[in-house]
Write a protein that binds this ligand. Structure first.
Ligand code: PRP
Length: 194
């Protein structure tokens, strides 16, 4: 089960970055509740077992930090760094900048991502990690933007399905800014460099 986000919430006017955000797509309280549910579901699915969460830097950082605190089975965290974006568009070329440090063979691995857009990043990452022979390999993703999919990727654990808008906040950036917003917002066109 996941939430289809179509609503537009106002941006809290006191927020210093409010003038750069058109509207809030997912308020903080709804994100927090959904992450709690995802953590509880993962805890049930992996009862009695250990999971290795592989966060995809940098965007997944706040999601992983919150998610892991709602997982009650033994949990190990690790990170990879991949990049395919420049400005607001994907270059389509995935670069592997940092590998995991943990061995993955025979372990239950969950890749934790902030967003699946074209799917190229996760497709590449899953192909690469599956060669390490994990016992299981799943995806937990905060938001899915299915309208832009180029390759088939289906997260088992998904927070929200969103429309085709350029979103920032809760780890997601525009030119490295806005990751620190505690909500997911749609960037105002005027805030995007021509
Ligand atoms: C973003 C996001 C995903 C990827 C999704 O990463 O965090 O990893 O793009 O896009 P895709 O489905 O089209 O491949 P980005 O390269 O912007 O790096 P970041 O996490 O450091 O922001």
């Amino acid at each position: 089960m996941h939430f289809d986000c179509q609503e537009r919430y106002p941006v809290a006017s006191q927020h210093p970055l409010a003038h750069n955000i058109d509207y809030t797509l997912v308020p903080h309280e709804i994100i927090a509740q959904r992450i709690r549910e995802l953590g509880e579901t993962i805890s049930r699915d992996y009862a009695g077992q250990e999971v290795v969460l592989v966060g995809v830097l940098k965007g997944a950082m706040p999601f992983l930090a919150d998610l892991m605190r709602h997982i009650s089975v033994p949990t190990v965290i690790d990170f990879v760094a991949l990049s395919s974006y420049a400005g607001t568009s994907s270059t389509g070329v995935v670069r592997f900048q940092k590998d995991v440090e943990e061995p993955l063979e025979g372990r239950h691995v969950i890749v934790v991502e902030d967003i699946v857009d074209t799917g190229l990043t996760l497709h590449y990452l899953l192909q690469t990690l599956s060669l390490r022979n994990p016992k299981s390999l799943e995806i937990c993703c905060l938001v899915d933007k299915p309208a832009r999919r180029k390759v088939q990727v289906s997260p088992k654990y998904l927070g929200f399905t969103i429309p085709d808008r350029f979103i920032v906040g809760f780890g997601m950036d525009y030119e490295e800014h806005y990751r620190n917003l505690d909500f997911i917002g749609v960037l105002a066109p005027a805030a995007i460099a021509p």
